[in-house]
Design a protein around this ligand. Structure first.
Ligand SMILES: [Zn+2]
Length: 102
């Protein structure tokens, strides 16, 4: 796994307001420390940059794994990024993927 510099970790946590960016649960009061997740996995050439990283609770992180998926905020279903992008007829981009997280 790619090492994530401490400064980048802090930036992601602060940007996420200390909440899982997939399900929005707060890290405060949770026993387990949240993960810094690669939205586009490292195995799929995802970069260790702020826009490709998301704070993820343990549950979301384990469900997602190395897949390129997101939880559809409208249906609650896990969907592949490219499938959803194609359904909407738009190009996939990290910016759009992040927008869908909310
Ligand atoms: Zn979560």
């Amino acid at each position: 796994m790619a090492a994530i510099p401490a400064s980048l970790r802090r930036l992601v946590i602060q940007r996420a307001d200390n909440r899982c960016e997939y399900c929005k649960i707060s890290q405060i009061g949770q026993v387990a420390t949240f993960h810094i997740d690669h939205i586009i996995p490292v195995v799929a050439s995802g970069e260790t940059t702020a826009k490709n990283l998301a704070l993820a609770c343990v549950s979301c992180s384990l469900r997602k794994g190395a897949r390129q998926t997101l939880e559809d905020s409208e249906t609650g279903k896990i969907v592949f990024i490219l499938i959803r992008a194609n359904r909407r007829g738009k190009n996939t981009s990290l910016g759009m993927a992040r927008k869908w997280l909310g």
